[in-house]
Design a protein around this ligand. Structure first.
Ligand code: ASP
Length: 332
């Protein structure tokens, strides 16, 4: 028989009075986000988008919903917002198409789902969840993923033109012009991938990530975002979603490495995320950031780029959004 003290230890996601705690962190991508270039209206629109996503995820958690449902609700909101490089507003490939990637992992069940290179699915994160819940697989790509999606109720298909925004089109033209002039476009200039991590009232964690990838990508390039372990990972006591130069995140298996440090070494989430993002990633030549959460509702949001769009609601209800390094919890 467990004593009240033991059950408090068994359920670390409770306040001392026994009421369950919840927490949510989201990101809208890391990269070169210059204060001077970010117009006030644009900044306000981005912060409003982050707040809408926080509200959507938080509403799920407040009503006792699961962490997996909360991260999907938050990411869907960001996919629908053209400010971010996911869903509508995704970047263009070299061929001028939007190829979308997404993944989700449930830390309680260790189930995971991912899709890569889809063109017509309005909310790729919903399809990733369907792969997790309704297929025997973890990852589906391209046409096959879309064929599977047609059999799933609630997966909305759109004309590929739905994803097109003029701003992303211009970014592709600029990247191609730079390429033609012999300069490789700096990967850190591309940002806007979205993600969420959540702790629900049952003490369970989940992580989700969705992206259009990198501008001017070609040859069916797939980054870290749909790779379980690299861009998204969740286990019982740690959940992480990443954004940045995907090739480096894959090579360092960033999200899983952070969680392994927490689980096997007993590192705090902050220390583990800081070590991987602020030291190992730049040492290899990569850049980007992550958001992470543990079962106590501790959060981490380190990034080694100029900025990372991010938002958080902590167990005590305090919330905020940040863009630059000096406006909230950089390296925390
Ligand atoms: N990680 C994404 C990718 O490499 C891009 C990003 O986060 O901006 O596809």
């Amino acid at each position: 028989m467990t004593t009240p003290a033991e059950s408090a230890i068994a359920h670390p996601s409770a306040h001392t009075d026994g009421t369950p705690i919840t927490a949510l962190v989201i990101h809208g991508g890391a990269g070169t986000i210059g204060r001077a270039q970010l117009m006030p209206e644009r900044e306000a629109s981005i912060r409003a988008g982050l707040n809408r996503a926080l509200d959507a995820g938080h509403a799920v958690l407040q009503s006792g919903g699961s962490a997996r449902a909360a991260v999907v609700a938050a990411v869907v909101t960001l996919e629908d917002d053209p400010n971010f490089n996911a869903g509508r507003g995704a970047v263009f490939s070299h061929e001028g198409v939007n190829e979308l990637d997404a993944s989700i992992m449930d830390g309680h069940t260790l189930q995971a789902g991912a899709v890569a290179g889809v063109h017509r699915v309005k909310n790729p994160i919903r399809l990733a969840r369907a792969v997790m819940e309704r297929s025997p697989h973890v990852m589906l790509v391209g046409d096959g993923a879309e064929t599977f999606g047609k059999s799933v109720p609630g997966i909305e298909f759109v004309d590929p033109g739905y994803f097109h925004t003029n701003e992303r089109w211009q970014q592709l033209q600029a990247a191609k012009a730079e390429e033609a002039a012999g300069a490789a476009s700096p990967p850190s200039a591309h940002f806007g991938t979205v993600g969420a991590v959540a702790l629900d009232a049952h003490g369970h964690l989940a992580a989700a990530t969705s992206t259009g990838g990198m501008t001017n990508k070609r040859w069916g390039r797939v980054g870290d975002s749909p790779i379980i372990g690299a861009g998204t990972y969740a286990i019982a006591d740690c959940a992480v979603s990443a954004t940045g130069w995907g090739e480096f995140f894959i090579r360092l298996n960033v999200a899983a490495d952070i969680c392994a440090r927490v689980t096997y070494r007993g590192d705090s989430l902050q220390a583990a995320a800081g070590e991987v993002v602020m030291r190992r990633l730049p040492a290899l030549g990569g850049d980007g950031g992550v958001i992470g959460i543990d079962t106590h509702g501790h959060i981490a949001m380190p990034f080694c780029t100029e900025g990372m769009y991010r938002g958080w609601i902590q167990p005590d209800g305090s919330r905020g959004t940040g863009i630059f390094a000096d406006d909230g919890c950089h390296g925390k």
